[in-house]
Write a new protein. Structure first.
Length: 97
């Protein structure tokens, strides 16, 4: 893993849940590499739940998250999200304990 994490994402509020939605290729929405990509995105959004979504193809998007997304996927239209680039530099300092 590199020292810098860069991704295309948006922070959305759906109902009472605020989450980070990260744009990834469709083949990244499976448990592996999805779990690794969620862990990397947590460097950028440490306090938010993270959902990976792929661009809309053939009328639908694929998604992956480590929580139940059943009530969320219908509210996410990747064609209408104002995506932006985010990055975070890894903290390489030793732990204080």
């Amino acid at each position: 893993m590199s020292d810098t994490t860069e991704l295309t994402a948006a922070i959305l509020t759906i109902g009472r849940l605020t989450l980070a939605v990260v744009l990834v290729p469709a083949d990244s929405t499976y448990p592996e590499p999805g779990a690794r990509l969620v862990a990397e995105a947590q460097r950028v959004f440490p306090t938010l739940p993270i959902m990976l979504v792929s661009p809309r193809e053939g009328g639908f998007s694929r998604s992956y998250a480590q929580f139940d997304t059943t009530n969320l996927v219908g509210a996410i239209d990747t064609d209408r999200i104002a995506w932006r680039r985010y990055s975070a530099v890894a903290d390489t300092r030793p732990a204080p304990f």
